[in-house]
Design a protein around this ligand. Sequence first.
Ligand SMILES: *Cc1c(COP(=O)(O)O)cnc(C)c1O
Length: 403
Amino acid sequence: MEYLKEWLKKRKASGICRELFPIERLGGGRVRAAGSNGGYAESRGSENQELIDFSSNDYLALSEHPEVIAASRHYLEKIGTGAGAARLMSGDLALYHELEQEVASLKGKAGALIFGSGYLANIGLIPALIGRGDVVFCDRFNHASIYDGCRLSMARLVRFRHNDLAHLEELLIKERGQGRALIVVESIYSMDGDRCPLPELVALKKKYDCLLMVDEAHATGIFGKNGGGVIQEDGVAAEVDIAMGTFGKALGSYGAYVASSEEMVNYLVNRARSFIYSTALPPAVVGASLAALKIVREQPQLRRQLQAKVALFKEILGTGGVADLGPSQIVPVLVGDSGLAMELAAEGRANKVFVTAVRPPTVPQGTARLRFSITLHHSDSDLERTASLVVDLLRRRGLGSGV
Ligand SMILES: *Cc1c(COP(=O)(O)O)cnc(C)c1O
């Protein structure tokens, strides 16, 4: 075990050691540093005060929505706490099929399959689609779960520069080969908040006869007329072969889905190991997802409210000279240096703002940033105060052009 000690010491010395940060959730998007780790919290300037949470993916605040909580409680009391078995054993309750139909219809696909989480979906789905002798074209900025799925598949992994269609096509010409080929992208990238050029990707996947898989983790519920994601907004749902996404973000619950053709669903039931060999989700969790989907479909005003909040936040930052804020509810404020990003995050906490400093290796060298995710928990005055604070902190360091 000496090895562990040495390893952790090195990690800490190089400033990249990950640490847990226990928090207490106060509701309404407020959190407080909690538990025995108070010293840790203090060292980071939060001193156990109430903080506004800018790190949550609960974009539509559905995790605290009364109807979602009521539906979850209903299934909890009706069915119990656990599914008791995998779907293929005795765990295949009717409500999973109900959720699958709802999500398939939201995503404009014939069928859907529920997985335990987005991570489990990606590591089960990708190895089911491709294998040895095949090739996968993967955007460099794709989520770790996608990369893990690619590695597990044993297919040849070819990475293309982020959102660079010319580079992708060059690689398609060179590396497409004779086997099956899969292109994997995210519609909204989790660390940059930018969007993939979906119609162009569809054209490429047709031209080079590939499957196209889109991870809509940060798009479902937020983009598209009914919250069906970027595939809906761009009108390409029919041409995207596989759309996956999580219930853990805008839908305020837990679990994930893969939406595709009926044959694909039947195939995955036979091939996706993370589906086959894992207990079905707890009924209360599925109940929450069902209620959340209904709200997403029926209440487009929630999306409009979120967009207005995002616009307000970016407008203040933009006026203060902070550029490249992207097109979504994920707002990266580029800082560059990792140490500086950590310092700014600590100053944020000292000012009641809980924001994550995202640093290499999660993002490329020299692109450390503060990553703000805007949610319906944030009041307009939260957003105004926070954006002004960021402008001010950057200006004091000679960053951002200021006015
Ligand atoms: C969060 C995320 C996942 C994983 O989803 P979980 O349900 O949290 O496991 C997968 N892909 C992307 C792009 C994500 O942002």
